[in-house]
Design a binder for this molecule. Structure first.
Ligand code: GLP
Length: 264
């Protein structure tokens, strides 16, 4: 695992955007094959999306040869609902860049056969050649995508039931009313994320500090599904200082030394 800590969320978000852009350019130099990018929703990735949009508008990056797969979507929420992850992605990213519409994949939480939808999604990822880089966030309870505590660490794309805690946290997008937050979602599994060639997880703010500590310094455990990143060869966690505030000073010092050594 690699750990990058920046003073503010803005700096950390920009770091992640530049890292993704670098990976897209690197692959384009090697091959004509598309870059396959896994994407999250939530407040955390917004700064990274904004920097990628700025880079696109400045002519520094193009997404013409990028295929995207989003992590998750609520079950039963109309796609046009402002809080659906379809709406979120259009508003915060896809309307502003040049990812071809046909290259965008988001799970359909209104599919007649949800299990088929999940199986087809896994198949589409395989057919695209696998995910090159999966970007993600962390829930306050340590979940990645919608892999709530006790999700199997070898899980694949499937229908899940959200925890009450997650619905309370996400009720801020539903006028503070937990009853309006869907009870179920479709999500890529932990193993779907770990199947990516590289995984970059963002964690910003004091609210994530406990989950970050558990996932980085604690045991590999289904109680904190983010901890599964420990079993990935190329996993990077990008934090601001508040999210890193509960890590031990030895952990922080070690990763600062690694970053300095890598920069040489
Ligand atoms: C939701 C999403 C996760 C996201 C998490 C954190 O549960 N399914 O993918 O990481 O929220 O959201 P935020 O970035 O708003 O804190």
């Amino acid at each position: 695992m690699n750990l990058i800590i920046r003073k503010t969320a803005e700096e950390a978000a920009v770091w992640a955007a530049h890292y993704i852009a670098m990976r897209i350019r690197e692959k384009a130099e090697r091959t004509d094959k598309p870059f396959v990018l896994g994407l999250p929703t939530g407040s955390t990735p917004i700064g990274t999306y904004q920097e990628l949009i700025r880079m696109f508008k400045a002519g520094e990056i193009s997404f013409k040869n990028v295929i995207t797969f989003n992590m998750d979507e609520y079950v039963g929420l109309p796609e046009t609902h402002p809080e659906s992850y379809h709406s979120f992605m259009l508003r915060n990213f896809f309307y502003h860049v040049d990812v071809p519409w046909d290259n965008i994949h988001i799970l359909n939480g209104n599919a007649a056969d949800l299990e088929k939808e999940c199986a087809d999604y896994e198949q589409a990822i395989t057919e695209a050649g696998g995910i090159d880089l999966f970007l993600g966030g962390i829930g306050e309870d340590g979940h990645i995508a919608f892999n709530e505590p006790f999700s199997s660490l070898v899980s694949r794309t499937r229908v899940v039931t959200l925890t009450h805690d997650t619905r309370v946290v996400n009720s801020r997008f539903f006028a503070g009313d937990v009853n309006q937050v869907p009870k179920q979602a479709l999500t890529v599994g932990v193993a779907t994320i770990l199947g990516a060639k590289e995984v970059v997880i963002l964690g910003f703010g004091e609210k994530k500090a406990a989950a970050v500590k558990a996932g980085v310094e604690g045991a590999y455990s289904h109680t904190i599904t983010f901890s599964a990143l420990q079993a990935h060869e190329y996993g990077t966690v990008v934090l601001d200082e508040p999210a890193a505030s509960r890590l031990s000073s030895e952990t922080v010092r070690y990763f600062r030394e690694v970053e300095e050594a890598n920069a040489r």
